[in-house]
Design a protein around this ligand. Structure first.
Ligand code: ZN
Length: 489
């Protein structure tokens, strides 16, 4: 009966939304949970704090189980609602596209060259908008809510978890955890056969170049040298037994990834976003761990590299033009908030929940072994989840999915490590490098402004519209959630 009622409400809402020109066929019912302000306001405030702050605060907070459960239900309903809205927008753009194409067909004999061009630009723009609405619905909005849900779980569970960790330290049972032999990093055996992965990595790179997916490399010798030195310093003190090959990609995307065989790709946006050397070291160490533990090889069971790169190129093409991919796809990718992280096969990158946990643990060990503050990786993750805003972080979060266990296990590993008297957090070399990188970014931005999209079938159109989103703004603003809060209660 209740389900039936919901369905009716949903249809009614749908009709109302059609009138207000928002598409339908998706969940567009606003959250049903009548959340009282007494629950919503204080919890909402804490959910906007960073993971590291919450580790400190959670043991002092006193929310009841029913308050937590209410909030969780509200967040899940809000997520569905928000996703539904953007799926609706995407349907709407689809309809407008169909209409524009029908108009084009009908009017074609009468159109002047400039009118035709205008139509082409309109179609191109609608495709770009549809792509953005889809990324928001499929990636950015779910990730924003996953971070909130993980933080809620942290408030709920961390106090007990923290007690359990302290007990494990007290009775020495923490020494029985997997990969507890951290003093033997570099000498222990993780998974044999790393050298067999080199040819796979080389093949993947070749295929990515052919598909036009790889952005150009950064040419500034000093910047390249700095990141190369940092990467190799960590690799030397890790379990990686193949040479590390570092490549710096000149792209705004905030991400880094490792291909099988020790091929580490670091994107300019990531280095720009890192605030200190230990954050960058933490990310590099995490990626080195993927290569050392052969995660890509272990997940790429059936598919061939050619087929996964081909698929990536197809995704790029569909997102951008509804057509075929080719040289220069990457430039078009940078128009929106797309990037390699949204395209590449997670299996090739060795990303799964289980392997992320393992790469976090090993990466924290490698950073620690290289005398870096082992919190660096968490602080970077936190920055992405809190200040960068979720839309800028879609690439990062696709390849580094946020979930509670991940944050807890990372924190746990740090607590289990022997404390050193001093950790490297910042260095003057890092700060000098950032100054040089800023020049590279400025120059690249200027060049990109003048470069027509190599991929766009119709050149010289105005740049595609962007769905309005201010970096760092809370996701609720994007969805204009009608908060069903009984204020003042
Ligand atoms: Zn990872």
């Amino acid at each position: 009966m209740r389900l039936h009622l919901r369905a009716v409400i949903s249809i009614l809402v749908c009709e109302a939304l059609i009138l207000s020109s928002v598409g339908c066929g998706h969940r567009t019912v606003a959250p049903q949970t009548p959340l009282s302000a007494a629950v919503f306001n204080p919890l909402q405030e804490y959910l906007q704090k960073s993971y590291l702050e919450l580790f400190q605060l959670a043991p002092t907070l006193e929310f009841s189980q029913s308050q937590i459960d209410e909030m969780r239900k509200y967040l899940n309903e809000s997520k569905d609602y928000c996703v539904g809205q953007f799926k609706g927008h995407s349907d709407q753009y689809d309809k407008q596209l169909e209409q524009a194409q029908a108009d084009l067909k009908q009017q074609t004999p009468k159109l002047s060259d400039s009118q035709r061009k205008e139509k082409h630009c309109q179609i191109q723009n609608l495709r770009a908008l549809k792509g953005q609405a889809e990324i928001l619905a499929d990636q950015a909005i779910p990730v924003a809510y996953e971070n909130k849900l993980a933080k809620l779980e942290l408030i709920e569970k961390w106090p007990d978890q923290f007690k359990a960790i302290k007990a494990e330290i007290a009775d020495g049972s923490y020494k029985k955890r997997r990969w507890s032999d951290v003093e033997d990093v570099g000498f222990r055996q993780l998974f044999p056969g790393q050298q067999d992965d080199i040819k796979d990595g080389q093949e993947a790179i070749q295929q990515m170049k052919q598909a036009g997916l790889l952005p150009p490399e950064i040419e500034d010798k000093e910047v390249v040298e700095y990141v190369n030195t940092l990467g190799n310093r960590i690799a030397k003190l890790s379990d990686l037994r193949v040479p590390l090959k570092v490549t710096l990609l000149n792209s705004k995307e905030i991400n880094a990834f490792a291909l099988p065989g020790g091929f580490l790709f670091v994107q300019r946006g990531l280095i720009e976003a890192a605030e200190d050397e230990s954050q960058l070291a933490g990310v590099l160490a995490h990626e080195i761990a993927h290569a050392a533990a052969r995660h890509g090889h272990r997940l790429m069971t059936k598919a061939t590299i050619t087929s996964v790169i081909y698929q990536a190129a197809q995704v790029a093409a569909v997102l951008l033009t509804g057509g075929i991919a080719g040289i220069g796809t990457y430039y078009a990718l940078q128009y929106g908030f797309y990037g390699l992280g949204l395209l590449l096969s997670l299996n090739l990158l060795g990303v799964s929940r289980e392997f992320e946990l393992e790469a976090d643990q090993l990466g924290i060990q490698y950073a620690w072994n290289s005398d870096y503050d082992p919190n660096g990786f968490i602080r970077f993750f936190d920055k992405m989840a809190t200040r960068e805003g979720y839309v800028n972080g879609v690439s990062w979060f696709r390849t580094h999915p946020p979930f509670y266990q991940r944050m807890v296990d990372a924190q746990r590993e740090i607590l289990f490590l022997r404390e050193k008297s001093e950790y490297i957090v910042q260095s003057t070399e890092f700060q000098e490098m950032k100054k040089k990188l800023a020049k590279v970014s400025k120059k690249t931005d200027k060049e990109e402004k003048n470069r027509p999209s190599l991929k766009a079938p119709e050149q010289d159109c105005p740049p595609p519209d962007k769905i309005e989103y201010e970096p760092g703004q809370p996701i609720e603003k994007l969805c204009k959630l009608p908060t069903r809060i009984k204020l003042g209660q």
